[in-house]
Write a protein that binds this ligand. Structure first.
Ligand code: FDA
Length: 392
């Protein structure tokens, strides 16, 4: 088997790998980008409901989870949402802000993939698809990768194979295995931005499958005010996906079902209309089925006027801080991202190079940096890919 020589080999043609390859290629580096899938950017294509929520205007390091909350600052600061928007604009891709700073293509996520392919072409990047990587060796300052029937070597190797979320799309834990082989620590990977499941007594809420409401979901001091959706397995919707990234097994998740209402509202409602039932008072603010289920659980029967102010206040307090203890999540099969990953303590925040393994880099979701829902994960992929692409 003959070995072809490059300046840089990048493993994984997803968001981060494509950005890194285009950046390095356009700097004049000879780049080989390898992926076992038959096509590039498959997760980009399914992202944002097919419209790719490609960045967020409010990108900042405090919107990411990581063992080192400062790690992402450098790359995010040097390659910002504005930089990616400028790239999208140069390619004439129309976009809009949907909500909360989330930017989506007006047309299709295919445009983002085509843009990245074009940027790689401009950098003369060679892309090898559909070939499994059978070996990665390191010696004499060179990384040698065997894939399919070929082999290639380069002084720089970039791990950009993402995390194991949505394995049915070809996602793997390859990045972690490779990192461990080179002696890098991996922060225990776990599903994030994932629906939560309910068991035991709380299965009663499954009857609400399909009902959605704007809530505040809270774990500890972290809270998100967005929509929650009851599912036949438990809870989903943006507020729940967001909080799931912070949730650990055994912990409760608290829901404020009426975040727009001030304390004392229910007692005031009782005095204004004493003949109404709790369910009917709640149904002014919540979907009917949810109002009825919550009212049943709160145990105030009959007319509100018949209950004491103290009992009504207690009910309002519970509605504002309703604790569920999920029995799990829907796992990597349904997780939008993987939290955890290659430890940031092993990497330079400037270049993404492993401190103790010269020439080895890790970028994107493979690294222990996980964004909120809303374009933050792609922005990390672009920024970390760019940071490595500027030096490899
Ligand atoms: P990514 O997973 O994109 O790429 C990794 C590449 O490595 C893949 O091409 C894969 O085939 C390849 N690979 C894996 N194992 C390999 C192996 N053993 N050998 C060779 N190649 C291998 N984020 C966001 O900001 N906005 C959004 O709208 C969405 N929407 C969204 C929807 C859905 C359904 C999912 C699952 C995820 C999102 N995300 C998102 C998250 C976003 O897709 C994710 O964070 C980025 O794609 C991560 O980019 P990477 O390049 O790091 O990994």
């Amino acid at each position: 088997m003959t070995t072809s020589c490059y300046d840089t080999i990048i493993l994984g043609a997803g968001a981060a790998g494509l950005m890194c390859a285009a950046t390095a290629g356009q700097r004049g580096r000879r780049v080989l980008l390898i992926d076992h899938a038959e096509a590039i950017g498959k997760k980009i294509l399914i992202s944002g409901g097919g419209r790719c929520n490609f960045t967020n205007l409010h990108t900042a390091a405090d919107r990411y989870l990581s063992a080192n909350l400062h790690f992402a600052k450098s790359a995010l600061g040097r390659y910002s949402a504005a930089d990616f928007i400028a790239l999208v604009d140069r390619h004439g891709i129309a976009w809009h802000e949907k909500t909360l700073g989330q930017l989506f293509c007006d047309g299709s996520a295919k445009q983002i993939v085509a843009m990245l392919q074009d940027e790689c072409d401009r950098g003369g990047v060679e892309i090898a698809l559909g070939a499994a990587i059978s070996d990665v060796a390191h010696g004499d300052g060179q990384y040698r990768v065997t894939f399919g029937t070929r082999s290639a070597s380069a002084p720089a190797l970039v791990i950009a194979t993402g995390g194991p979320s949505i394995p049915q799309m070809g996602a793997t834990g390859f990045a972690y295995d490779l990192a461990r082989r080179f002696g890098l620590k991996v922060v225990e990977p776990r599903p994030a931005l994932v629906p939560l499941t309910l068991g035991g007594e709380e299965t009663l809420f499954r009857a609400l499958s399909g009902v959605a409401a704007e809530v505040v979901a809270r774990v500890g001091k972290t809270r998100f005010r967005e929509a929650a959706l009851f599912t036949h397995k438990g809870l989903s919707g943006p507020a729940i996906l967001q909080i799931s990234s912070y949730w650990r097994h055994g912990e409760p998740v608290a829901i404020d079902f009426l975040p727009a209402l001030k304390p004392g509202w229910l007692v005031a409602a009782k005095h204004a209309r004493p003949r109404v039932s709790l369910a009917s008072a709640l149904s002014n603010h919540l979907p009917g089925r949810l109002a009825e289920t919550l009212a049943d659980r709160l145990g105030i029967e009959g007319e509100l006027g018949a209950a004491t102010d103290k009992a009504v206040e207690a009910a309002a307090r519970q509605l504002a801080d309703w604790a569920f203890t999920p029995n799990g999540t829907e796992g990597f099969a349904k997780a939008e991202v993987t939290a955890g990953g290659i430890s940031t303590a092993e990497l330079s925040s400037q270049t993404m190079e492993a401190r103790k393994v010269p020439g080895l880099y890790a970028i994107g979701e493979a690294v222990d940096v996980t964004g909120w829902l809303g374009g933050y994960n792609f922005q990390w992929a672009w920024a970390s890919g760019w940071a490595a692409g500027m030096v490899v």
